[in-house]
Design a protein around this ligand. Structure first.
Ligand SMILES: NC(=O)C1=CN([C@@H]2O[C@H](COP(=O)(O)OP(=O)(O)OC[C@H]3O[C@@H](n4cnc5c(N)ncnc54)[C@H](OP(=O)(O)O)[C@@H]3O)[C@@H](O)[C@H]2O)[C@@H](O)CC1
Ligand SMILES: Nc1ncnc2c1ncn2[C@@H]1O[C@H](COP(=O)(O)OP(=O)(O)O)[C@@H](O)[C@H]1O
Ligand SMILES: [K+]
Length: 550
């Protein structure tokens, strides 16, 4: 993995970023030099070759203005008119970054106006402000028409990782006013108003179209509740030495982004030349009911895409023919069923210990309680989803799981999470902490579904899937995930040759599977629009995602 791939995996809190920054300054890097370097990289990303401005849509490339042509090399990216950029400047170093960007855009021929309502600025920020004023760049203390009229682009440098308390008026009102303009907004480091660690909106926040996160990914940008403010996010690297990151975060950071490089390194994409089907894992899926027969098919199709060596599927007897017709390669086990058409108990003679993993839950209904109890008492890796989770919640999550020897993986959405862990804080808020706490308490690997799915291990490691698509917010897509993960877990547990997989290794595989699922959604949405990603279609995009050979 190259340096940039390693950097992309790292996430930090504000305090960790301060500590890393502190080491760089202590080693001799001047603060002002670092600010120049960072701001230079921001300017390049905005107006350099292939820069963001080209992609910001009609508003920045329209409205011709009658100014003389500019000869700057960077300006070749633009039509031959000057452009008007409004820059929001805060009192700290986020404002300092913004002022350096303002100065450079001014020199490149842009018409720059600065909104800075703060009477007192940090020293370096104050020096940059003084120089910008000396260049004739106008400063405004209030958001007024002069500043915003005809402005093509807004750059937000009000607050970065130094924001710790709620934003109040007049800045809060100014932010709300700016948000209503529907102009392109590029936020420096974080959208101002978003808490660096938790993603909480502190009073109000800038709704950015783009966020250029500086140096290392801030955790708050990976929390669901921040997403509508973040827009498209990307990292601006400024060569933070890996040794300084490791000194603060350890060799393996506790909270990691699941990148493509990470996922591909953990998926079983190649097989040993000499092997056989049972060495490639035997998964038992327990799913479906007469009412929810489709869920069983979707789960099974997810498992199929995992490449698992053998797939057995326990379903109620009455839907066995349906499963056989969809999955001719699988061994379908028809089970006795309740009056309501749920599995009442597993067929006599099924030896649970002969499987490498069990995935249980989709479409079961709560009438299948005895089956869920049985698998919880087994001694092999178990993934529980949907009704499997609801039944577990009824039994009492923590006491029940504390008796299990083998690894358990729980894959709740926020509603199921609340039922499983009623005493934990709301998982729609600080998701990273919620999932981490749930895993610690239950000793299970917990995957909390959402726009940014997070996976935690009992020892406190968290993996966050940083890209996905709302196209997946659709019935059945979670069933596909269950099957896919079940197949991956079975393969890894078969490969461990009886030595057992560690919780962290298993969580890495689960995280890679969640990345795979999200990427299939993204690819399907690109080709078929966000409306075209029904759960069956999603299953058909799993292999293309890893099969493109890129
Ligand atoms: N790390 C790195 O390597 C690099 C970091 N860099 C940049 O530095 C940024 C961090 O800078 P920072 O620490 O100066 O904090 P920042 O976010 O600008 O704001 C804090 C200021 O706001 C104030 N304030 C706080 N809350 C407030 C409120 N509600 N309402 C009003 N005021 C409030 C608070 O003052 P206070 O009133 O609390 O004394 C303080 O002055 C970072 O995001 C990145 O852009 C790069 O330049 C170089 C590389
Ligand atoms: N807004 C969203 N953005 C990205 N992914 C989403 C979003 N909403 C849901 N998902 C994903 O879709 C899947 C939904 O799973 P789940 O709620 O269990 O649905 P079902 O039970 O109908 O199959 C999860 O993998 C989740 O992460
Ligand atoms: K900002």
């Amino acid at each position: 993995m190259n340096r940039l791939e390693q950097i992309q995996q790292v996430t930090v809190t504000a305090q960790q970023m301060r500590d890393i920054e502190g080491r760089i300054f202590a080693a001799g890097m001047p603060v002002a030099a670092l600010m120049e370097k960072v701001a230079g990289a921001i300017v390049d990303r905005i107006i350099g070759d292939g820069g963001l401005v080209k992609h910001l849509g009609a508003s920045i490339l329209a409205t011709p203005k009658n100014y003389p042509p500019n000869t700057s090399p960077l300006y070749k990216n633009f039509p031959p008119q000057f452009r008007k950029v409004t820059i929001l400047v805060g009192p700290g170093h986020n404002g300092g970054d913004a002022l350096v960007v303002a100065r450079e855009l001014h020199f490149q021929g842009f018409i720059v106006g600065i909104y800075c309502p703060f009477p007192k600025l940090k020293e370096l920020t104050s020096q940059h402000a003084q120089y910008a004023k000396s260049l004739g760049i106008p400063f405004y203390e209030q958001i007024d028409n002069n500043l915003l009229k005809d402005c093509d682009l807004i750059i937000d440098g009000l607050f970065g990782f130094g924001l710790e308390r709620e934003i109040s008026d007049p800045i809060a009102s100014a932010i709300n006013q700016i948000n209503q303009l529907a102009k392109p907004i590029i936020s420096i480091d974080l959208p101002s108003g978003i808490h660096t660690d938790t993603g909480e909106v502190l009073g109000t926040a800038i709704r950015a179209t783009h966020t250029l996160c500086l140096g290392l990914w801030k955790q708050g940008l990976l929390q669901d509740r921040a997403l509508e403010y973040v827009g498209k996010a990307e990292l601006i690297d400024f060569d933070i030495p890996l040794a300084d990151i490791a000194a603060i975060l350890g060799e393996t950071p506790q909270i990691q982004r699941v990148t493509k490089a990470f996922a591909l390194a953990h998926l079983p994409l190649t097989r040993p030349p000499v092997t056989h089907k049972y060495k490639m894992g035997h998964l038992l899926l327990i799913c479906g009911s007469r009412r929810y027969a489709g869920g069983a098919i979707l789960t099974a199709l997810g498992a199929r895409a995992s490449g698992v060596g053998m797939l057995s599927i326990a379903v109620p007897e009455s839907i066995k023919p349906l499963l056989v017709s969809h999955l001719p390669e699988a061994l379908i086990i028809g089970c006795p069923e309740t009056e309501s058409g749920a599995i009442s108990h597993l067929l006599e003679g099924i030896d649970l210990e002969s499987y490498n993993a069990i995935a249980c839950g989709p479409g079961l209904t709560k009438d299948a309680t005895s089956v869920a109890k049985l698998v919880l008492d087994s001694d092999i890796p178990l993934l529980l989803d949907a009704d499997g989770l609801n039944i577990l919640a009824q039994m009492g999550t923590i006491p029940k799981l504390s008796k299990r020897q083998a690894l358990t993986i729980l894959t709740p959405h926020t509603g199921e999470f609340k039922r499983l862990f009623p005493d934990l804080p709301d998982s729609t808020q600080d998701r990273v902490n919620a999932v981490r706490e749930a895993s610690r308490l239950s000793s299970a690997i917990v995957l909390l579904k959402g726009a940014r799915t997070a996976i935690a291990t009992p020892d406190g490691s968290v993996f966050i899937v940083p890209e996905s698509t709302p196209a997946l917010a659709r019935g059945g897509s979670g069933d596909v995930l269950t099957g896919l993960l079940g197949g991956l877990v079975a393969q890894s547990s078969a490969c461990s040759c009886g030595t057992g997989v560690s919780p962290v290794s298993l969580a890495e595989i689960v995280a890679a599977g969640a990345w795979w699922h999200a990427q299939a959604g993204i690819l399907a949405a690109q080709e078929r629009t966000e409306l075209g990603v029904d759960a069956f279609t999603l299953t058909q995009y799993l292999i293309p995602v890893v099969g493109s050979g890129e």
